[in-house]
Design a protein around this ligand. Structure first.
Ligand SMILES: C[S@@+](CC[C@H](N)C(=O)[O-])C[C@H]1O[C@@H](n2cnc3c(N)ncnc32)[C@H](O)[C@@H]1O
Length: 219
């Protein structure tokens, strides 16, 4: 945990020049995880929502398998979205700069939704509302695939939440402000949240080091 936390958009904007390389080389399991998330998108999916799409690392793999899929990407950091758009000049992308939290994601619009390494900053209550919104935004039989940093024990999760609260208080960060501070949950709690949101089938497809991929089907 860092000694000082930064606003979310500053954190990613300042690290943009080394971001892709960091994700693909410093976290050993991520290249395989990006490829797996792309494979877990149903082959007949035509519309995809990517929450916290960043510079589009997952989309590089997605477009290899689904070249014609229509993507809506949401991200808080404009610089990350600019990098993403520059990577895919021929693609029609709907990119929204803003928070996916508290946003109306629509109803029965997408065949699939994904998120990659973006959800480990939120509380149980924030995720509970967001996952219900994702569930609603998916078409019947839609699928949500989440790849994220998750921990094994509740003790570890509790320690990180407490430290995040301490840092926010120490720096006087107002409630509701998006700061970069890792508060991962356990795989069990994540699975509980997805089931509470209404997903009929919730399966862990990948678990290595701190990374897990969970597949949630609406059915
Ligand atoms: C670690 S990066 C992951 C980016 C991309 N998915 C990837 O795997 O390379 C986390 C991203 O989530 C975005 N993000 C964080 N909080 C967000 C929020 N509330 N709404 C939308 N995007 C958010 C950040 O701006 C950042 O681009």
């Amino acid at each position: 945990m860092p000694g000082r936390i930064e606003p979310m958009t500053d954190f990613f904007t300042e690290r943009l020049s080394t971001y892709d390389e960091h994700m693909l080389t410093d976290i050993e399991e991520l290249p395989e995880a990006y490829a797996m998330v792309a494979r877990l998108i149903p082959p007949d999916a035509q519309t995809l929502l990517d929450l916290g799409c960043g510079t589009g690392l997952e989309l590089e793999r997605v477009f290899e398998l689904h070249p014609d899929i229509l993507v809506t990407g949401i991200d808080l950091t404009q610089a990350m979205l600019d990098r993403l758009r520059g990577k895919f000049p021929g693609k029609e992308l709907t990119l929204i700069c803003g928070s996916y939290l508290g946003r109306d994601l629509g109803e029965r619009i997408y065949d699939a939704a994904i998120s990659f390494e973006t959800m480990h900053h939120w509380t149980y209550a924030q995720k509970s509302t967001l996952y219900a919104d994702i569930f609603k935004a998916l078409k019947p039989r839609g699928r949500y695939v989440e790849c994220d940093y998750m921990v094994d024990t509740q003790d570890e999760a509790d320690r990180m939440f407490e430290e995040a609260l301490r840092l926010r208080a120490e720096q006087g960060v107002p409630d509701g402000e998006f700061y970069h501070c890792d508060t991962p949950m356990t795989v069990d709690n994540q699975m509980r949240l997805f089931k509470e949101a209404g997903f009929a089938s919730v399966e862990t497809a990948f678990r290595r080091n701190g990374t897990a991929i969970i597949v949630c089907d609406k059915i």
